[in-house]
Design a protein around this ligand. Sequence first.
Ligand code: SF4
Ligand code: SF4
Length: 117
Amino acid sequence: MIDYSDDVVRESVCQRCGRCCYEKIVDRGVIYYTNIPCPYLDAKTRLCTIYERRQQVRPDCAVISRAIVEMGVLPADCPYVCQEPGYVAPQPAARLPRRWRRLNKRSFRWRTTQQAD
Ligand code: SF4
Ligand code: SF4
């Protein structure tokens, strides 16, 4: 079990892949991830450009915790969740229901050719 209260332990688990730093959509209880990165993610290095001050600059950036793990927002092979029995990972946005795409086509566009994983 990961000790989330220990910053060093918690940080050492992350593989710095950046895949959790993509926008997500919740539709009827199902979480979908998009290929839209957080504006502070460096697309080449996949590292956060504001990591030390992200809580001030982007307050909705979540620190990994047990609650975040249980929310199901991390990719299935992320080391924080890959050992979790029954873990349900976010779905690709390409699997969003047609109903959702119709309703949101003006405000949100996504490409199906390059997903975040
Ligand atoms: S998906 Fe997991 S391993 Fe990758 S950056 Fe996010 S927390 Fe770290
Ligand atoms: S602020 Fe940094 S760590 Fe947070 S989502 Fe954006 S890129 Fe990722």
